[in-house]
Design a protein around this ligand. Sequence first.
Ligand code: ATP
Ligand code: MG
Length: 707
Amino acid sequence: YQRFSEKYNIVLNLQQQRAVQAVSGANLMIAVPGSGKTTVMVARMGYMIYCKGIAPENILAITYTKSATNDIKQRFAQKFDKNIADRLNIRTINSLCEQIITRYVQKYNRPNRYKLLNENEQCAIIKSIYTSITGDKFPHEADIIEAQTKISYIKNMMLTTPELREEYLPEDSIYENFYNKYEDALKSNQRMDYDDQLRFAKIFLEKKPDLLCEFQDKYQYICVDEAQDTSKIQHEIVRLLASKRNNVFMVGDEDQSIYRFRAAYPQALLSFADIYINPYVLFLETNYRSTKQIVSAAQSFISHNINRHSEKYMRSSRGDGKPIKRINVMKKHEQYSTVAEASMQDHGQMAILYRNNANAIPLMDLFLRKNIPFQRLKDAGENFFTCKVVQDIVYFLRFAINPNDADAFKQIYYKCGYGFNQRAANWSCTKSLQKGISISDELINQLSKWRSLEQKALDFKEKMKRIAASAPQDAIDMICNYWYRDYAREKELDIGKCDILYSLAVQEKTITGFLEHLELLPKLIENYHCSAENPVILSTIHSAKGLEFDIVYIVDAYDGSLPHSDRETAKEQERIDNYEEERRLFYVAITRAKNELYLLSVNEYRTAFINEIVPEAHTNKDNEVNVVFKDKHTLLSDTLKPIIVSGMINNVTETTSIPAQPYKRSISEYISETNDQPNPVSEEKTTMSKQQKYEIGLSDVSDKFTQ
Ligand code: ATP
Ligand code: MG
């Protein structure tokens, strides 16, 4: 190891070195963000190849997202060798399963009935089943998403029919029926969904011992990064593959579990010891990534979650760094222009993180306009331009500027809440064309027999006229205020999409110009290729998991977006679980930053999460705020000088900060208070308890405290 680490310039602490050398057997590493989990995984693969002579082809590294697979590959290529990096198997679990299915088809000469269903097809199938069961012809978008999530959950949790009944009955009795119908539809279309990929791969491995054996011999060493987001069925696939040799290295952090909606199963980390033979558990708590300010804020932020498997104490190895800054803007769209402005200044590697894929659209639009090189990371498809809300608003705008646009009129008249009937609407389109008058005028004629309806038609015409004479962003606001917000609320559509349209519209002078730009923008985005050296990274928080950046800006972190608001039908427990997941998501976001962290807040909204990190009251005249820490784990950096504790923990020098005041307690009290909850997994397996470790550490430096 010594020669290896010198040759490749690998600097790791002792616990990390142990992990690198734990090549065979079952190893679990539980660790805080930025503590070197992925670094260790990469170094370990190097060690296996260069010191143990293991072929790169025999190593399988699984991680959760495509961007993370690229990251691991890149890290390996940088540290060791690009050609070897190409020979390693670094995959997402779905890509592994795809490989298993393809091999099954080929090996047993089976017809390939395993074509993947795309998202639109899946939605269409779910919609039609929903309609057939409930009789509701226009199901809400949210109902479809909920059904989709439940199907995915059932498959990932491997629920049997009785379990399914227990889980969803009696309130949601439609799901058993729903699930069966959905499965039939897939079968008859010879399709499988994303989760079937896992299911089929698992079935084939179980059914065909020689197929399993082939993959076991191929993937002799398995490592799993981000294991907290691995679902039950995914864990089962890993277990099957590892069952012959018991060589598995699993790395995770339950506090960063952010895929509950895809049935992430972080509890599996706790049962690791029951599943694998002779398990060894390692534990890392030093964050090497971020400055102390960021680490302290993150540590305090996550400690408010109740549902944690273990209380971890995260310490930073770095200096204090710059304070976390809050930047307040008046309107949502100003967030985007503010960060675009910031990206034009000289900077290190910078990333802008947001909750939803759609939030990237106004950012990309600005970056294209200002010629700022950017790279967007995304795992999911983009459907902003084709989604219902956006299309509806476009029809409204089209009709406002062209009162004879019959296509547009037919899409909007029933969304205004006036109660115009379909016959009158169609008739108005035909007649107005013959008479050479506007559709609204003909509608007024048609309805003149009924006073109140005539009034409504007049109101409609008048408002459309006002909209047509407005700037595009105001026009969008008016459409929402007059009619569309109510319609969207009733149909549970995501009205937030209108804010994105608004942000795009402020860049244009006329409605016509805006509509033209909206046609063009998806193509501009699609054809954009960045060749610049250091582009600004645009990413959802989900896709940024595992990555790190010098400077991080977080946008759209206001209540309703992050934390997200629940559906009105959500149950109490669901609300609590959702909120904790939102907290973990924000925790993942803030722990991406190495040196500087900026939180954008919008004045008209409450920002619960940002307020916790940087309280509102401390905003100065430049709308920037410095961090004021609140709890005992953190230090009041401006007023108190921290005492640095250095000690030997497992023979490694670890450094941590402890506030000198106002906690006038003996150090042993402090330590026992912060560390009295041993990690349930690591406690038994590591040789020393954390308490013991600290005691050893402190005896060496106790002099410092008496000064
Ligand atoms: P995440 O939980 O976000 O996935 P992680 O635990 O995988 O984080 P890494 O990305 O591996 O953490 O490491 C974070 C940073 O710390 C990297 O820049 C890495 O180079 C650095 N690092 C890791 N270990 C050490 C060490 N022993 N000494 C100095 N720097 C280190
Ligand atoms: Mg990582």
